[in-house]
Design a protein around this ligand. Structure first.
Ligand SMILES: Cc1cc2nc3c(=O)[nH]c(=O)nc-3n(C[C@H](O)[C@H](O)[C@H](O)COP(=O)(O)OP(=O)(O)OC[C@H]3O[C@@H](n4cnc5c(N)ncnc54)[C@H](O)[C@@H]3O)c2cc1C
Length: 476
């Protein structure tokens, strides 16, 4: 049996490979870069642990718990400090703790009396019935008000997507929020009545899900999976071209030693949307017919048109990881971190209090703060030189957290294309992927550009693709 090719050794590709192998299905994972993990990047230096990409994994589903167990990583798992639950949002140029209860909500200075009234009114706002797609901003303004959008939701979407609420589609980017309105007619009613249903399904809402990492950071996860996969993982190997054959797929591979090729029974694309657009794909089965967007009446030798995926925006984001002496930071920094709405006018999108979340992220008497710069809000800032990034981050931290003096540790990483924006119209890309899968047997898609942008979503995407590959191979 020829192996299944997996393109991309990010967490999606490695998860899929891990479970396929456990089912006795041979796999080969091709990775363009020189390391596994994709955007996951944990670096240990001078007593600090810098987590440049994702910082935490959310345990939203029992499948994630089982996955960590299956990978043999339970003993290395680090749960976030239960005392670090507080989240701050910046208002009046200082971090204010988000209320943790309905009573706290009515007492907080984070929202005005008018915004609090908007929440009381929300269950009586009629649900929208025309089924039209709506931006996150329009949705929030319609159901709540402008202040809620500016002070809370803008900060939230900066934290998750580094995105713009006026461009993000509520149905695509925050589907659970949209679903609360559709099913319960109200976000508040949905929160109350939907809780039981989520419990029955074994799911936990993202804002309440336990957060965890590993002793040496999230990089432990891809490194462990890659070690178990052994030489099935081919690093520094770019999959440049695909051609359908009579019984599978032929791949053109670019390695540091030159071009080579390989044949596989099926393939799963687990890369990024912008790299998918560059993949030259030829179909040789005359029976394949696809809609005009991807090539009508496809016959032998027809190329599959994937260029539309280059339209998906991935704005740049820089992570600026800084260490400070404890006595040089006035704020206690106890909690998850702070989010900063655009209206507050700072350079950074937010800061994670990394050493408050997990032990061993900073040497004794020091703390680690991880800030993000850029995104859709100010993409040009993410591309500034490292010294400038540190300078503008320190300027914000001085005002917001009372930081003094110079950092004792600095590590900056720029992701020129960080997170895909599930903007208005994103459904057409997902639809196109489903159409290709239905019409081109043995070509499957998984990962952050399709099944949700969080690390947990990518793991679930990698888990879920396995059954579909199995069905395809069985039918074959
Ligand atoms: C700065 C940042 C912070 C984040 N923070 C969090 C967080 O705190 N919590 C959270 O849950 N999520 C977070 N995320 C999101 C989460 O990390 C990602 O969604 C997830 O890791 C994506 O995994 P993936 O495998 O789908 O894609 P990727 O990690 O992008 O991996 C794709 C891989 O495919 C390879 N590839 C592409 N094309 C080819 C080709 N043709 N041939 C060979 N290889 C190819 C690439 O080199 C890459 O290694 C963050 C993301 C970023 C960028």
């Amino acid at each position: 049996m020829k192996s299944v090719a997996i393109i991309g050794a990010g967490i999606t590709g490695l998860t899929a490979a891990f479970y396929l192998r456990r089912k006795g299905i041979p796999v080969t994972v091709y990775e363009a870069g020189s390391r596994v993990g994709g955007v996951i990047q944990s670096i240990r230096k001078g007593g600090y642990l810098a987590e440049c990409g994702p910082n935490t994994l959310l345990e939203t589903s029992p499948k994630i718990t089982q996955f960590i167990r299956d990978a043999g990583l339970e003993s290395r798992r680090l749960d976030s400090d239960p005392g670090a639950g507080a989240r701050y949002v910046v208002r009046y140029r200082r971090p204010i703790a988000m209320p943790g209860s309905p009573l706290g909500f009515f007492a907080t200075e984070l929202f005005s009396f008018k915004a609090k009234l908007a929440v009381l009114r929300e269950p009586f706002v009629p649900r929208r019935r025309d089924g039209r797609e709506e931006s996150v901003a329009d949705f929030v303004k319609r159901r709540l008000n402008q202040e809620f959008l500016d002070q809370a939701i803008d900060a939230l979407v900066a934290g998750v997507y580094a995105g713009d609420p006026y461009k993000l589609s509520v149905q695509q980017a925050l589907p659970r929020l949209a679903e609360l309105e559709t099913r319960y007619g109200s976000l508040i009613k949905g929160q109350i009545f939907g809780a039981g249903e989520r419990k029955r399904r074994g799911e936990i809402a993202k804002d309440r899900a336990p957060k965890f990492s590993f002793d040496e950071g999230l990089q432990v996860l891809p490194d462990t999976l890659a070690a178990q996969l052994g030489d099935c993982v081919k690093l520094e190997t770019i999959v440049a071209k695909l051609r359908q054959t009579s019984d599978g797929w032929w791949l053109n591979l670019l390695t540091k030693n030159g071009a080579t090729s390989a044949e596989h029974s099926a393939l799963i694309y687990c890369g990024t949307a912008h790299k998918l657009a560059e993949l030259q794909t030829t179909l040789t089965r005359p029976s394949a017919t696809l809609s005009h967007q991807i090539g009508e009446g496809l016959g032998e030798g027809t190329s599959l048109n994937l260029t539309a995926f280059s339209e998906i925006r991935y704005p740049p984001v820089a992570s600026v990881v800084l260490g400070f002496r404890r006595e040089d930071v006035a704020h206690p920094c106890q909690g998850f971190g702070m989010l900063i709405p655009k209206v507050e006018g700072f350079n950074i999108l937010g800061t994670i209090f990394s050493s408050s979340l997990f032990p061993n992220r900073a040497p004794a008497g020091h703390l680690t703060l991880t800030s993000y710069v850029g995104g859709e809000r100010q993409p040009e800032l993410a591309l500034l030189p490292a010294e400038k990034l540190v300078e503008l981050t320190c300027a914000d931290l001085r005002v917001l957290l009372g930081v003094r003096g110079q950092p004792t540790f600095v590590h900056c990483v720029v992701y020129p294309r960080a997170i895909p924006q599930y903007n208005l119209g994103y459904g057409r890309y997902r639809g196109r992927l489903t159409e290709i899968e239905n019409r081109v047997p043995g070509l499957l898609f998984a990962g952050h550009y399709r099944d949700g942008v969080s690390l947990g979503d990518s793991i679930l995407s990698g888990c879920n693709i396995v059954g579909r590959v199995e069905s395809f191979l069985t039918a074959k």
